[in-house]
Design a protein around this ligand. Sequence first.
Ligand SMILES: Cc1ncc(COP(=O)(O)O)c(C=O)c1O
Length: 302
Amino acid sequence: MTKQHSRGRAWPPRPSTPGFGPTRAPAPSTPRSTRARTFAQDGVGGLRGGFEYARTGNPTRAALEASLAAVEEAAFGRAFASGMAATDCALRALLRPGDHVVMPGRRLWRHLPADRQGVHTTGASTYTAVALSDLDAVRAAITPETRLIWVETPTNPLLSIADIGAIAQLAASRNKYKVLVDNTFASPALQQPLLFGADIVLHSTTKYIGGHSDVVGGALLTNDEELDTAFAFLQNGAGAVPGPFDAYLTMRGLKTLVLRMQRHSDNAALVAEFLDESPARSIRCSIRDCPAIPATKSPSGR
Ligand SMILES: Cc1ncc(COP(=O)(O)O)c(C=O)c1O
């Protein structure tokens, strides 16, 4: 064997090899993208910070989950590989065979069929699609089997508005079903559905939260520990988790979310005012004719 191929004591690299094993490195001021499959333990069961295997938990993902929970005023947060992975998790956690779902009627986005298919794969054979802006229609759609009202406000892409608080009150009075709000479009910078009584917030962080068109992700946020436990079980069991770099990018997007949403809102207001003054003024585009927007501010007025 030539010297080129000989292997000294440093090969293969071991955790004890300088620079190779787990370190107690200086703490950066921003969460780092921690890439690892498994995490060092102090003996059997001696997990450091609760981390063992990366599908089950990763420090960068945990930091993202804590940040998303904080901005949605939630006690618990779970991050997923996409908004649809979060959707799938929520449907599987909430629905059982025979259950009924009330969902928005005028959604055009592409995952609508998958959404409904998701409802069917859980065995929840019925759903009713209604205009969620019409509270009487929502009330009429509820059956004894209803377990979930799926709210999206504003909707993508038609921007229909629903009154989260009123729908949550409907649920509270019957107390048998959960209200989930897909808050992707408003984002927590403009609307925090849990403060209006929703049980769960869902995000496609792929959109405004990520903000730079370079990451796909999703999230579920709640104050309900039982629900969070069910989400955590499926997050780990089904394994649709974001990688650490995706979690890192999503957190970086979150830092500028408020500024971007302010600019989006200012631009949208200018366009709406222009259309209002335009001779070809269209009722569909007019901000003056916009229905009341009950859920665009949190109860605290922030
Ligand atoms: C409002 C809304 N929710 C959820 C999703 C699904 O998210 P993702 O594409 O990250 O799976 C989308 C995607 O277009 C969306 O627009």
